[in-house]
Design a protein around this ligand. Sequence first.
Ligand SMILES: Nc1ncnc2c1ncn2[C@@H]1O[C@H](COP(=O)(O)OP(=O)(O)O)[C@@H](O)[C@H]1O
Ligand SMILES: C=C(OP(=O)(O)O)C(=O)O
Ligand SMILES: [Mn+2]
Length: 541
Amino acid sequence: MDNYTPTTKSISLEKYGITNVQEIVYNPSYEQLYNEELSPELSGYERGQVSELGAVNVMTGEFTGRSPKDKYIVKDAVTENTIWWNSDKAANDNKPISPATWDALKATTVKQLSGKRLFVVDAFCGANENTRLKVRFIMEVAWQAHFVKNMFIRPTEEELDQFGEPDFVVMNGSKTSFKDYAAHGLNSEVYIAFNLTEKMQLIGGTWYGGEMKKGMFAMMNYYLPLQGMASMHCSANKGADGDVAVFFGLSGTGKTTLSTDPKRELIGDDEHGWDDEGVFNFEGGCYAKTIDLSKENEPDIFGAIKRDALLENVTLDAQGVIDFKDGSVTQNTRVSYPIYHINNIVKPVSKAGHATKVIFLTADAFGVMPPVSKLTPEQTKYYFLSGFTAKLAGTERGVTQPEPTFSACFGKAFLTLHPTKYGEELVKKMEAHNATAYMVNTGWNGSGKRISIKDTRAIIDAILDGSIENAPTKMIPIFNFEVPTALHDVNAAILDPRDTYADAQEWETKAHDLASRFIKNFVQYTDNEEGTRLVMAGPQL
Ligand SMILES: Nc1ncnc2c1ncn2[C@@H]1O[C@H](COP(=O)(O)OP(=O)(O)O)[C@@H](O)[C@H]1O
Ligand SMILES: C=C(OP(=O)(O)O)C(=O)O
Ligand SMILES: [Mn+2]
């Protein structure tokens, strides 16, 4: 299904302004990409190296994570009143640019891509025919074509024949940059720009593939909620009884790790929609972190690293032996792989029924949040809009330490509409399908160490098998969280975070500080009745 016979389909790029193309490599097979990436004619960041596991490793260049400060959206008649624009009251990454600036960025990109040998990959974003985007990626770099082939949904040969005109075009001119940025009031020479009228994304100055992945996610986050569907930064899996769970969380909180569970069928590890039929994946692959990865601790992810997977910024010796512990290039070392590299997945389409368990993953760097809390419906709304977590080192440029942050809907960097829109759609679906929510802290506690994956996995098991509902509980002050005091296979000494401090007073002090941050952050949502009422569901001082 994924190794197309090299196609002779002729694509014209002239309509995008790209001229004098030397050759178009259209929807290359994995075999072709492997040879392209390792071609002795390549040098620098373009050239990959084969690892001992058969997967090629590439260095992504100066950028080893996303660059949200360089993200822009054209403000015009289509977007003016729909996009959640950056403002003083609610700072975010949706910075407006004028159509004139767009034209300049497009000219820069087109100039870079003209006269070159290019890769064109047509793929889908979204598992359902009625809501998927047909996306065309245009780029110079072979491993970027490999990345999008891994991450997006690969059309069958028949679907490719009938692909027609794409719904969205991504032009990646990573080798160029925008010198004239200051005159246009932009942040730097780097640009990740979107135009919803032209239905196009432009990239320049960064080679990082995640801009294409999360770029199309931001577009799904625009189109789906406007049609009454939830669009979610979450992983998802399905139990033996058909029960579906979704795991929301910002980068590094455990979406990929915890949804990859041999007991359950994986639906997807990062981006999903929820419509009247159920939960569906936007993607065709996974993008796992590899820092400190081991076969013993993460056998399924480790096993997915084989031929056709693509490693990024991992340290290899001359023989291709991998050192997963080495974070000298970045903490954000990664591997992308097509979803079928995981054994237990939902097939043939990555979709399932309605979710009944909704888990909010937070990596609390303060050590205040309990490892698991049962949320009331009102708390669910409050904590979803708050999106409290820590940004972990590496996924965003300039983030080198866990940084506490309020990332609305656990994915603020990817929201194109106001956060309350995502909250409304999620709550509608949760109410219709009797779903319950839990907050799981995969971060730190009073011991100064991160909560172990073993404990977190056992907590997730207790949520998913329902045993958490029968566990004895107590209330945690300030936050008014109901937490279990005993769960099968979980170290009971960690369930009340206060017990992990030598002096519980220390927790109290930190909890006060964190509570006031919550309250301050939530002010932006209190300009209406619903928001004002929700304050009562948040922490109380
Ligand atoms: N208790 C825990 N739960 C989940 N992941 C943990 C935990 N402790 C450490 N980790 C590490 O944190 C990282 C979580 O990353 P990942 O699953 O890729 O998150 P996401 O998909 O949300 O970006 C992994 O490197 C994992 O090994
Ligand atoms: C790829 C990313 O996310 P995640 O770590 O959630 O997979 C990202 O934030 O760029
Ligand atoms: Mn992930």
